[in-house]
Design a binder for this molecule. Structure first.
Ligand code: FAD
Ligand code: NAI
Length: 468
């Protein structure tokens, strides 16, 4: 393999591997360094993909156990085969990570296994698993080293009884009581997996609401739906510490307001209080690469850091920690290196919590619009009045569209409902094109589809929904 490249990408997550392929398409010679044994980063190995595989499998089990009677389908003797469920998850991950290796070969991206350290803006030093070192010369370096879970002081992760998301994706038995710390994306998705498989789930959250950052009204309804599914919530509560006991774990809790204390027992504790940028060991300090106060790498619009020739994208720089954000930044970063114009529209990045029902969100929340003193109109439509949702027997939730009061431009869309993560994409496209609620309302929507609820919500912005 050559030792000189136009671009060395550090990290083969969705940010890094997509950037490497796009750069190769643009004619650059590219190497991608990855310290994990498989390509795909957090997302494919211990994030998006294994969690979605388990969400799908656990949903099927739960449906077979309790959800099909209403459809006139009777099943007896439904049993959980957890090792088979985990083996399926592992195969999905394995096939997809091998798929990236194939794409690298096809696009002539050199996969360099090992841990990278940046010696200078034109040299990357790599240490492989056996400790052997080599150096690559390069014109540019793209840092795409992602993130790690944030630790909780006083709660030591052992990935057996006190787990991060990685341990929660690989439990060997269904816990009797799972306590989740943090009511965000990971806590509610992994909580759903284990609740469906039979665990009692208690979520402890520091704030007085769940999914902070999402629209408040949607979050309230979402919490109610999860409670109906058996979730218990302890909001406004902090964890002072956790101790492994004879069988499980004892958590010491304190109410944020008032200070009342309580101890609760769990078989397994999942700590999911956010993720932090992974910059350790890259040598950034010596190079003088500027970080922000929270440790994220700072860049300009072209994703270049303050050190010429060194770029950063994905979870390691500020913004939503989402795979598609990392991918889009990777593509724009290398396109701009090649002189192609482009940008990432941070106002139109969808976020989806893949529970059942799903929660999907794009653009501004009502709270943000109020905070920014932007006048807006709201259109809402409940899935209860959508014929396809009725036929499917999935009527929880609603669509909420926020449009500028003067121009009718769509500023935000928030959906709680079955397949919300798929349904929302017509709104993402509308927003990307600067569309109005009227544009969505006048677009022909197939009948019967869940997307008709989007059309009705868009009509409701103008006060003229049909099916209300
Ligand atoms: P990463 O995917 O973290 O990849 C970085 C890679 O860099 C890693 O493979 C790491 O080993 C490597 N690396 C780090 N340092 C070095 C070094 N010095 N040398 C060599 N290699 C190095 N996002 C979604 O959009 N949808 C989801 O459904 C979703 N589900 C998730 C579920 C879970 C449980 C978790 C934890 C995350 C989930 N995410 C999801 C978030 C998503 O995984 C991240 O936003 C995404 O992976 C970020 O991509 P990235 O390329 O920036 O970094
Ligand atoms: P998160 O930021 O989504 O949620 C963390 C939650 O923990 C918040 O509600 C926060 O208020 C709470 N919290 C923080 N400190 C706390 C404390 N000391 N005690 C109790 N609660 C505390 O982070 P999470 O769930 O760990 O996920 C990390 C990131 O990974 C997400 O923000 C998201 O970007 C990404 N992700 C995306 C998924 C998706 O797209 N479907 C799925 C899973 C993760």
């Amino acid at each position: 393999m050559a030792d000189e490249f136009d671009l060395v990408v550090i990290g083969a997550g969705p940010g890094g591997y997509v950037a490497a392929i796009r750069a190769a398409q643009l004619g650059m010679s590219v190497a991608c360094v990855e310290k994990r044994a498989a390509l795909g980063g957090t997302c494919l190995n211990v994030g998006c993909i294994p969690s979605k595989a388990l969400l799908q499998s656990s949903e099927k089990y739960h449906e077979a156990k309790a959800g099909l009677g209403a459809h006139g389908v009777r099943l007896a003797g439904v049993e959980l085969d957890l090792p088979a469920m985990m083996a399926r998850k592992a195969k999905v991950v394995d096939d997809l990570t091998k798929g990236i290796a194939f794409l690298f070969k096809k696009n002539k991206v050199a996969w360099v296994p090992g841990r990278a350290r940046i010696a200078s803006p034109s040299e990357v030093e790599i240490t492989d698993a056996a400790g052997a070192k080599r150096a690559l010369k390069t014109k540019r370096i793209l840092i795409a080293t992602g993130s790690d879970s944030t630790p909780l002081p006083g709660v030591a992760i052992d990935e057996a009884r006190i787990v991060s998301s990685t341990g929660a994706l690989a439990l060997e038995a269904v816990p009797g009581h799972l306590v989740v710390v943090g009511a965000g994306y990971i806590g509610l998705e992994m909580g759903s997996v284990w609740a469906r498989l039979g665990a009692k789930v208690t979520v402890v959250e520091f704030l007085d609401r769940i999914v902070p950052g999402m629209d408040g009204e949607i979050a309230k309804h979402f919490q109610r739906v999860l409670q109906k599914q058996g979730f218990a919530f302890k909001l406004g509560t902090k964890v002072l510490g956790a101790k492994a006991a004879a069988k499980g774990v004892v958590l010491d809790l304190e109410q944020v307001a008032g200070g009342a204390r309580e101890a609760i027992e769990a078989d397994v504790v999942l700590v999911a209080i956010g993720r932090r940028p992974h910059t350790e060991g890259l040598g950034l300090e010596a190079l003088g690469v500027a970080l922000d106060g929270r440790g994220f790498i700072q860049t300009g619009e072209d994703f270049q850091t303050n050190v010429p020739g060194i770029y950063a994208i994905g979870d390691v720089r500020p913004g939503p920690m989402l795979a598609h954000k990392a991918e889009d930044e990777g593509v724009v970063a290398v396109e701009r290196m090649a002189g192609v114009r482009g940008h990432v529209n941070y106002d139109a990045i969808p976020g989806v919590v893949y529970t059942a029902p799903e929660v999907a969100s794009v653009g501004k929340t009502e709270e943000q619009l109020k905070g920014e003193k932007i006048e807006y109109r709201v259109g809402k439509f409940a899935f209860l009045a959508n014929s396809r949702a009725r036929a499917n027997g999935e009527t929880d939730g609603f669509v909420k569209i926020l449009a500028d009061a003067k121009t009718d431009r769509v500023l935000g869309v928030h959906i709680l409902g079955a397949d919300a993560g798929t349904v929302i994409h017509e709104c993402v496209v509308a927003m990307e094109f600067g569309g109005s609620a009227e544009d969505i309302a006048r677009t022909c929507h197939a009948h019967p589809t869940l997307n008709e609820a989007v059309k009705e919500a868009a009509l409701a912005v103008a006060g003229r929904p049909i099916h209300v």
